[in-house]
Design a binder for this molecule. Structure first.
Ligand code: ATP
Ligand code: MG
Length: 331
């Protein structure tokens, strides 16, 4: 595996006191989709802005595709593509004209640019809309156009800052397929930030959860979810007597009441525990109304790591507020 981005004690202090990014060390592999997740103000955008050489680090540095972001910023800019959070395409031009204009900006030879345009349009299913004015595009189409505008100069790394913010859930999942396709077909490395943790879960090969400008944990989404060690088995029985019997079940982490005739059984691993639970039910001749299994989501991982690390300092209230918002957002 080749490392394409490596940050070395990357630090940004705004105005002499706001430590937005603090001795950040990330190592990103060529060709992977890498997610950065974290609460508001965690330092995600600041990190990206340093990596794309929009702002200079206060301390430390990073190597992007072989170039030092401080000493070789021009070279870095040539090998990266950026899809900013805000819409940048010109509404009074067609999709194709926008792409050609940016190609020109990057000095892509005209013939090559024309060939690229067709491939890029096809990649996000915009061929039919290519010659329409962008002002007639839907929100999803605009985002797709932005995505390929970031790719006109064949970058090796593509930065996506909140690529689906504000889109409805259907359009968002559609975008995920395009992002996956782009990574697969072009082999480009993608750095992604998102407030939607299910988006990171769906797209990222690896993710770092950051807060206060520091990495709290890094791993594949599956590793992070697995690290929580706790699946939930929700069980509804036909009467309260059954509930009381379930509460005596051995070798589970916890059994708690969960509404009328229902229990919530926490186990280390539901795949392993489910047969035991079912045996226990049948050996006590209980009748089951409903049984569901809940695996932890990245939201739970996020709560666990950001919540616990912050609780001890003055940021505790912030962390709890964020956790509340996340819980609310999920229901
Ligand atoms: N230009 C700036 N001047 C001063 N402080 C800034 C500036 N930009 C960001 N900050 C501060 O730096 C910290 C990190 O901000 P940053 O925008 O990187 O976070 P983020 O993780 O991208 O947050 P969000 O999820 O809200 O996009 C915050 O405390 C923020 O207020
Ligand atoms: Mg941001």
């Amino acid at each position: 595996m080749t490392t394409i981005i490596e940050t070395r004690n990357l630090t940004k202090i705004y105005g002499g006191h706001t430590r937005a990014v603090a001795d950040l060390n990330l190592s990103i592999n060529e060709g992977e989709i890498y997610g950065l997740a974290g609460p508001n103000g965690a330092g995600k955008t600041t990190t990206i802005n340093m990596l794309i050489t929009r702002i200079a680090p206060t301390k430390g540095t990073a190597i992007v595709a072989g170039f030092d972001i401080v000493k070789k910023s021009l070279e870095v800019r040539r090998v990266i593509g950026v899809v900013p959070q805000d819409f940048t395409a010109d509404e009074d031009l067609t999709g194709r004209e926008n792409i050609m204009m940016v190609s020109q900006f990057y000095d892509v030879p005209r013939a090559k640019a024309r060939e690229n345009v067709e491939n890029l349009l096809k990649l996000v299913d915009l061929e039919d809309a290519a010659d329409r004015l962008v002002r007639t595009y839907s929100g999803g189409m605009r985002k797709r156009l932005e995505l390929i505008i970031g790719l006109v100069h064949d970058p090796r790394v593509l930065f996506l800052d909140e690529p689906t913010l504000g889109l409805d859930i259907q359009t968002r999942t559609q975008m995920w397929n395009y992002v996956r396709d782009i990574q697969k077909k072009l082999g480009v490395t993608i750095i992604l930030t998102s407030h939607y943790l299910e988006e990171i879960d769906a797209l990222a090969d690896r993710v770092s959860i950051i807060d206060h400008g520091k990495v709290l944990i890094t791993g594949t989404p599956a590793e992070l979810k697995g690290s929580l060690k706790g699946d939930i088995i929700n069980l509804t029985l036909s009467d309260q007597k059954g509930v009381d019997i379930m509460k005596t079940m051995p070798d589970v982490i916890e059994v708690a009441d969960a509404g009328p005739n229902a229990v919530r059984i926490k186990v280390a691993n539901a795949d392993e525990a489910l047969p035991r639970v079912i045996n226990y039910i049948s050996s006590h001749e209980l009748s089951t109304v409903k049984l569901t299994v809940e695996k932890p989501s990245l939201d739970e991982v996020f709560l666990e790591y950001t919540g616990r690390s912050i609780r001890d300092d003055e940021g505790g209230a912030d962390a709890r507020k964020m956790a509340m918002n996340l819980r609310r957002a999920r229901t």
